[in-house]
Structure formats: C-alpha cells, structure tokens
Design a protein around this ligand. Structure first.
Ligand code: A2P
Length: 339
C-alpha cells in the first residue's frame, strides 16, 4: 500500500485554508489524518472534508505531533510563532505567508519554475506571494528562451487575497451602496466597491517611502524564484473590486527576440498554462472565468515596439488556488515525489 501522509492545515477556517482542504481532495493527495487548526474562536467547529465532518482544533505548540506536512495560512505572526514548533515535531512546513520567504535557507518555490530548490529545505518551504506566482509561471519559459532583462508589472488584485473578512466587506459595501445605506468599513481604508485602491494595505507597510510591501515582494521574490538576480522588476499593485482572481498587465524586455507566435507556442507547451489569445473573437483571460481553475491563463500577447525585444502580456489566475492553496499542495506533492 502506498504511504499516506498526515497533514495539518493551519488557518483551516480561512479563505485559503478552505481551498487547501478542497485542493487536497481534488488532487487526490495521499493524505492520512487531516488535522484542521485555527484560533480558539473556531475550536469545536465542524468542517466537511472528503464527505466527513472534521472538528477544528485550537492551534497550540503541541498541535503537530504525528504530522508529516503542515500547510500554514493564518498570517505571518502565526507562522513565525508556530512553524518552528511544527518543524521540531518532525513536520515539513509549507508556509503561505511572507514570514520566511526571503530567508536564505528557506526555498521559495513555484513547482513549474524551480522544483529543484525544494531539496534545499531545512524544515520550511515558502509559498510565494500570490501575484508573483502567476507571473513567474508565465515568465519562466520566456526567460529560458530569450533572457528577460526587465519587467514592468501592474496588478489588479481581488479582495479575497485579504481573507474572508475582505470578501464580506466587498459584498456588503456593494449592497449598501446600491441600497443607498451607510456602511462602516472594517478591512479597507477606503471604499473598495466601485473603486480601486492603488495599494494593498493588508500586506504590510510601505518600504522606503515609495513602494508598498506587496510591490517589494513581487520585485524581490521574482529574482529568488527565477534564480536570476539580474532581472529588474518594478511593480504597482492595486486592489480592485473583484472577489476572486488576480489579473496582471506585464511588460517585459528580453535580451533576444521572441516573436509573438513563438511566445504563444512556448506558453502553450508550459505545464498548467492556458493561452487564451484571440482578440478578434474577444478571447482573453478574465478573473471570473478562472475561479476554481488550477491553471494560469495568459492572453493579449503583443510585441512592444518601444523597446528592443519587448512583449506585453495579460496574466490571470485564481489567487486562492495557484496563488496560494494549489501551489502549497503542489509543493507538498513535489516533496513527496522527491523523498
Ligand atoms: P479563525 O477563523 O479561528 O479566526 P483569513 O485569511 O480568511 O482571514 O483566515 C485567517 C485564518 O487564520 C483563519 O483560519 C483564522 O482562524 C486563522 N487564525 C487567525 N488568528 C489565529 C490564531 N491566533 N491562531 C490560529 N489561527 C488563527
């Protein structure tokens, strides 16, 4: 009989935790026990997993006894405090927060891009920032073929990236505005319904007075995942009133020419990428059609004549799946395959 792995989900009641549960099931992950962990507020709550009711337990330092793989998605401070406990208990942690991403001995992995880095782990493997994952998934084959020199990215990020409370805030605020009622915001600093915020407040502070943490994550993480610190990346990250699915406008400058046709062919041959690029027939990726899908979608591939060897791309993916839960589960699958 093939080995089964005990899996803990830290933050199981959250937007990403819920998707981690469904992704384990959808991908037929070889799980044995599945332990659902969250705050004391959720202890005793029952969640449906694979047709059975599982009881949520309060996260504690001794929650990881007998656990092989711990998937963390309950915020950076929780990871900082409890991931070392999980490692001490003998589990490998796949951490979906930014707590350890830039640490030297923590691999930062997108399985389609740098699966080999997984072997370097010392107990913790980091899942990159959601917007970075879908971007590098598309950039990697283009970088291999033509060496990317510079990336200019603007994101259009769904509210679910800020968790369950943000989903509720967009829904309730939209309803209140349509009904001309007052609404007291709890999550976003400004109105998000029928608006856009040119900053992702939930990802932390502002670095060097100009760039937000989310932007800096995209700039730094891209280099680490691609294993090439010469790539220049500049980012503007924007929160938009979309529930689920991040979109990105990405401009790249390559060292060697890649024609639009060749880019399409390279991307169509990349695992888990779908090319949707037929502007005459209104075919391009959009966030509403990527919800629940495991792939990264790319379209609007155009030559940028304003620079030597430039391309423009439009990239969309489900931020809760490829951007979070799916990528974490894929890392766990690779870990098992390599063990
Ligand atoms: P809980 O539902 O008990 O608050 P989201 O990103 O959707 O907001 O979800 C955050 C997740 O992190 C939830 O599962 C939440 O559990 C969990 N969480 C928040 N604070 C803690 C904590 N102190 N200990 C354990 N889990 C926590």
């Amino acid at each position: 009989m093939s080995k089964k792995y005990s899996v803990a989900i830290v933050g199981a009641t959250g937007a990403v935790g819920q998707e981690m549960m469904s992704t384990l099931e959808r991908r037929k992950f070889p799980y044995g026990e599945v332990r659902l962990l969250a705050s004391a507020r959720s202890a005793g709550k029952k969640l449906l997993f694979a047709g059975r009711e599982l009881v949520v337990e309060e996260l504690k330092e001794n929650s990881f006894e007998g656990i092989d793989i711990a998937l963390f998605s309950a915020g950076g401070s929780i990871s900082k405090k409890f991931a070392p406990c999980a490692v001490k208990s003998g589990a490998v942690v796949v951490d979906n927060t930014s707590a350890f991403r830039m640490e030297n001995d923590v691999p930062l992995v997108v399985p389609e891009v740098n699966p080999h880095d997984i072997c370097k782990h010392k107990g913790i493997i980091a899942n990159p920032n959601c917007s970075t994952i879908q971007m590098v998934h598309i950039l990697k084959p283009l970088h291999d073929a033509g060496k990317i020199k510079r990336v200019v990215v603007s994101t259009y990020q769904a509210v679910s990236g800020a968790g369950m409370k943000a989903i509720i805030e967009l829904e309730e605020e939209t309803k209140a505005l349509l009904e001309k009622k007052e609404y007291n915001r709890k999550v976003f600093p400004h109105q998000i319904a029928f608006n856009m915020l040119p900053r992702i407040p939930q990802s932390g502070g502002i670095e060097d007075g100009k760039y937000t943490n989310e932007e800096v994550k995209m700039m730094k993480e891209t280099k680490k995942i691609m294993g090439d610190h010469s790539i220049k990346v500049t980012a503007t990250c924007v929160r938009v009133p979309v529930l689920r699915g991040h979109s990105e406008s990405v401009n790249i400058e390559l060292e060697r020419e890649i024609t639009v046709d060749d880019a399409r062919k390279l991307l169509a041959a990349t695992p888990n990428v779908v090319v949707m690029d037929d502007i005459d027939n209104e075919v391009y990726p959009m966030p509403n059609m990527c919800v629940g899908r495991f792939e990264t979608f790319v379209g609007r591939i155009r030559k940028d004549d304003t620079v030597p060897h430039g391309l423009n791309l439009w990239i969309v993916s489900d931020n809760l799946l490829k951007g979070a839960a799916l990528n974490s589960v894929q890392i766990a699958e690779e870990l098992i395959a390599k063990s």
